[in-house]
Structure formats: structure tokens, C-alpha cells
Design a binder for this molecule. Structure first.
Ligand SMILES: [Zn+2]
Ligand SMILES: [Zn+2]
Length: 239
């Protein structure tokens, strides 16, 4: 915990002292230069009603027709598509470099997507981190984003109802099925403050949606009416 806080402080100081440099192409002047910003694939308005990949308006994409992977979420929306280059560099700088300026840029992308998809919800929730992971990292990156969206969109933030009760191994090496098994029982609701409400889960990257769907399962079992998810970047479907 102490080391994580120290590291965070060091990075914040460094960011204050050094002139801004684009996190992707390293050109001086801003944290994400206009050239790199222009290369980011922002999600269009017309997307699959379930998973949020581009699709004609109000239709379900082929992947969702063939795979019944999201069972509890009402839908996922993403601000951009995850690909090599600027968006990946920006998310990396946010996750591992504690870059506050980048955090603000990414939050703005989420807020724009919230408005683009008219996600009018009652509460905004981060994807919770397990207590042991939280003390290791010092902060929950998903909570930083959720707080920013909550403030900008003037929607209340809830961090007290949904908790991560089991520490899960990292998912990078798991396939879709493995990811679902891995997170199935990771979450728990400890009060009914969200009963009958429409909520939005906020996260940085959405790969398969397994973690978000596990959160939605737990929330719906305690009476939450609708659960939407919003991520900065969506990893394209593999099939
Ligand atoms: Zn650049
Ligand atoms: Zn879909």
C-alpha cells in the first residue's frame, strides 16, 4: 500500500514537472496530440443493441446471434474500439502511469458516449476491486472513471452496494468460457440500495464482457431493474 501510494505520488509529481508529451507519439505539447486523437476509432451511434459493436440501428450483430454470452447485462456500450496505437497507449498511461491528464481525457470520452447512447440511469457503479488488490494498487481505476462520469453527468455514484468478495486470477490467458467460470461468484451485493433501479457499470476495457455480466448477475439477483455497461474501449469479437 505504502509503495503504491509513493509510486502514485512520484508519477503525479513527474507529470506536473515535465512538459506534456503525447502518450503515443511522444511529441511535445499535449498528453494526446491532435494527430493521435484523430486516429482513434470512436464508436458510431448505430451499434448492436446487445454488445455495442457497429451494426445497423436496432439490430443484433452476428456474434450475439450465435453466442449467448451476455445473459444478465441489458447492453454494453463503448466509447471507442480497442486497437494498437493511441487508444491503447492512452489506457496504458492511465492504468500504469497514473496520468491524471489522460484520466480526464478518457473520462471525457466516456461522458460523450454516455450522451451518445442516451444511457439515462439512476446510479453509476465502478467494477469493484477485491480489497487485497485495492491495497496492492492503491486505487481502483474503474472507480476513478466512474467518479468522473458521475460528476459530469450528475448521476449519483454508488460504491457501497456491489463488492468483490473473491479474489480472481488474472484473465488474460483464459478463453470466454474460462473467463465466465473465473468470475461467476466473485461479486456480492451487501445492501438493497439499488433495488428497482437502472444502473451503469463503468470500466476501462471490455474484452468478452464476462466480468461485467457477472456483476450484472449479482445486481439483478438483488432486485436491480436494469444493468448497462460502458467502457472506454471494446476489444473486437474474435468470431
Ligand atoms: Zn501523438
Ligand atoms: Zn452484438
Amino acid at each position: 500500500m505504502f509503495l503504491a501510494t509513493l509510486n502514485k505520488l512520484y508519477n503525479s509529481l513527474l507529470n506536473l514537472l515535465l512538459p506534456p508529451q503525447c502518450v503515443n507519439c511522444k511529441i511535445s505539447g499535449s498528453w494526446l496530440c491532435s494527430n493521435c486523437l484523430a486516429q482513434i476509432s470512436f464508436s458510431p451511434t448505430e451499434v448492436c443493441i446487445i454488445c455495442g459493436v457497429p451494426a445497423p440501428l436496432k439490430t443484433v450483430c452476428k456474434h450475439c446471434q450465435n453466442n449467448n454470452t451476455l445473459q444478465y447485462l441489458d447492453g454494453i456500450r463503448s466509447a471507442t474500439y480497442f486497437e494498437k496505437g493511441p487508444i491503447r497507449s492512452a489506457i496504458h498511461a492511465f492504468k500504469y502511469g497514473n496520468n491524471q491528464a489522460i484520466s480526464a481525457i478518457l473520462t471525457r470520452m466516456l461522458v460523450e458516449a454516455y450522451q451518445r447512447y442516451q444511457l439515462n440511469v439512476d446510479f453509476i457503479l465502478p467494477v469493484p476491486l477485491h480489497a487485497s488488490r485495492l491495497s496492492e494498487r492503491g486505487y481502483n481505476q474503474s472507480e476513478l472513471l466512474a467518479t468522473g462520469v458521475s460528476l459530469s453527468c450528475q448521476v449519483p455514484l454508488n460504491v457501497t452496494t456491489l463488492l468483490r468478495v473473491h479474489h480472481t486470477e488474472t484473465q488474460a490467458h483464459l478463453d470466454i468460457k474460462g473467463r465466465y467460470e473465473n468470475v461467476k461468484n466473485a461479486f456480492s451485493c451487501v445492501n438493497d440500495l439499488l433495488s428497482e433501479k437502472i444502473v451503469l457499470l463503468v470500466d476501462d476495457v471490455c474484452t468478452t464482457g464476462a466480468t461485467l455480466d457477472a456483476c450484472a448477475m449479482t445486481l439483478k439477483k438483488t432486485g436491480v431493474h436494469k444493468v448497462w455497461a460502458l467502457s472506454i474501449a471494446r476489444v473486437p469479437h474474435v468470431n
